[in-house]
Write a protein that binds this ligand. Structure first.
Ligand SMILES: O=C(O)CCC(=O)C(=O)O
Ligand SMILES: [Fe+2]
Length: 210
């Protein structure tokens, strides 16, 4: 692909009109492959209900999560610190596929399991201090089709994308500074969904002595 074609492709595939880049990479896996990995991940991942501290009270979410990486990285969000588990074989295969598609590298992955459409994730941006500033975050989806929404923090702009099993999107650049994203609940959806977000933890932010 020459430089010009690449430029045009990137322009067309950016979901956001300005202030960031959300690249739609299409399918990274076939439907069969993605359903195979959906069951493997469901079985082999150490799923736990997510915890947050809100107004000094520890709460637990319906949604389950897990956190894996190259090292025992600490990752703090919603006032709770989690420590990464070592990669599983399937996560390493998926990481290699995603890296080939985005042309980026990642050292960790946050996993979310939504058992039904009643579970979702509220508006937020992934701008935590432990994450590489403006780094690429690659999001790979498995199972039930769900809508994923973006909302500008200051302007009246919204964008939605439909995430199907095997699809890959990438958030990069200044996206997290200007846009919030969420996974709205959708009562009609009865099947489960797994989402993997591959990320880069900045080693400088880590304090392993804790
Ligand atoms: O489930 C998704 O598609 C999004 C997850 C997400 O935004 C996150 O893990 O930060
Ligand atoms: Fe997020």
């Amino acid at each position: 692909m020459d430089l010009f074609t690449q430029f045009v492709d990137e322009e067309r595939d950016n979901l956001l009109p300005f202030d960031g880049e959300v690249l739609l990479h299409g399918f990274a896996l076939t439907v069969e492959e993605s359903l195979y990995y959906y069951s493997r991940l469901l079985d082999e991942i150490a799923w736990k209900h997510d915890e947050a501290v809100v107004n000094g009270k520890r709460i637990s979410t319906k949604r389950k999560i897990a956190w894996y990486g190259d090292e025992r990285f600490a990752y703090t969000y919603s006032n709770v610190t989690k420590y990464a588990l070592p990669w599983t074989e399937s996560l390493l295969v998926l990481k290699t596929i995603v890296e080939a598609k985005t042309g980026e590298t990642y050292n960790s992955c946050l996993l979310n399991y939504y058992a039904t459409g009643e579970e979702g994730m509220a508006w937020h941006s992934d701008g935590e201090i432990d994450l590489k500033k403006n780094g690429s975050i690659a999001s790979l989806s498995f199972g039930a089709t769900r809508i994923f929404s973006f909302k500008h923090k200051e302007l009246n702009q919204k964008r939605d994308v439909v995430l199907e099993t095997g699809s890959l999107i990438e958030m990069k650049g200044v996206t997290q500074d200007y846009w919030l994203h969420r996974l709205p609940p959708c009562k009609k959806v009865r099947k489960g969904r797994i989402n993997l977000t591959f990320r880069t933890i900045e080693k400088e932010s880590q304090n392993f002595s804790e």
